[in-house]
Design a protein around this ligand. Sequence first.
Ligand SMILES: [Zn+2]
Length: 359
Amino acid sequence: MKYQGRYFNGESALGFPAEISLLDTCIRIEYLESDVAVTVDWAVSEIHKVENLSKNELILFYGKYPVHSLKFDDFSAFDALKNTYGSASFLKSPYQKILQLKLSAILVITSILIGLIVLSYIFLLPIIAEKASVKMPPSVESYLGEGLNAKLLSQFELDSVKTAAAQEIVDNLKLEGDDPLTVYIVKSNDKNAFAIPGGSIFIYDSLIYSMNSCSTFVALVGHEYAHIYLRHTVRTLIRSLSSYLLLTFLFGDATGLSAAIVQNADLLKSLEYNRDLESAADSFAVEFLVKNGFSGRHMGELLETFKSEKGIKVWEIISTHPDVQSRIDALKVHSNSIPNQDITSEIDLKLWDIVRREN
Ligand SMILES: [Zn+2]
């Protein structure tokens, strides 16, 4: 269908009567200039304005210098324009343009927000995890510990005889505070020991075969107990799982958090504490030994024993291999003033014989 109108080429003020066709990609304008037929095609993308709608006039503007314009005789051509070029920018109302601007502003703000979330994920999450674990009430920690214990015990073969003897040794040790400490001796060819939040220690029987005295065993217990008492385990565990826990929190429910931690109980077997925490646990163990009538030097002996061991698969206590010697050196300074001999240990060594005995 052709429309009638007047074409202004930017030079003639009167314009030319023209026939207008709405083609797919352009508007075709045909007119006579000095009796010569002229055809002009307007690329739709170059039409930048439609005007005077309120006065029932329909004028399109095209190009820049000079600006060409086209006035339709029939205002109803506007519907035909919308039908043919509905998505073209010149047909969008100022309101729609503002909306578009707002949309792009929203897009920019959203990108900035996503950027911030990524940055907080990398930098803030560990800090938040740290704070959350520090504030975790003891009741939640022991509830968590029960779940972790049950899950881990189902994975191991418990040596109940050795466990009973080891527990009797531990029951005779002076602890910090009133919370009990539970020890489990499990059968495994690996050499490992690890602590559970809430107050349990798992020790692999193969690890005990490397020890030559009950005092080094007490040093090991003291070191693992430090990770529990000083809350290294719960802090490191939550920190290691922080991104996983965040996802659980976002897409699941908050009450599922402890279940999520228990699901990852395996992580405890190879949890690596940072060097500062290991050193703190070593120092704690020295004090623990002395408090229980042993020489604090046994903690250094324990590290020396383990350092010389070969074929260690996972070993919490010397997981930070390059640091072991510096830890031993630090302990020597720490325990220089401590006598070499055990002072008043009241442990029944028959119990140690049971724990140490190779099956
Ligand atoms: Zn440790």
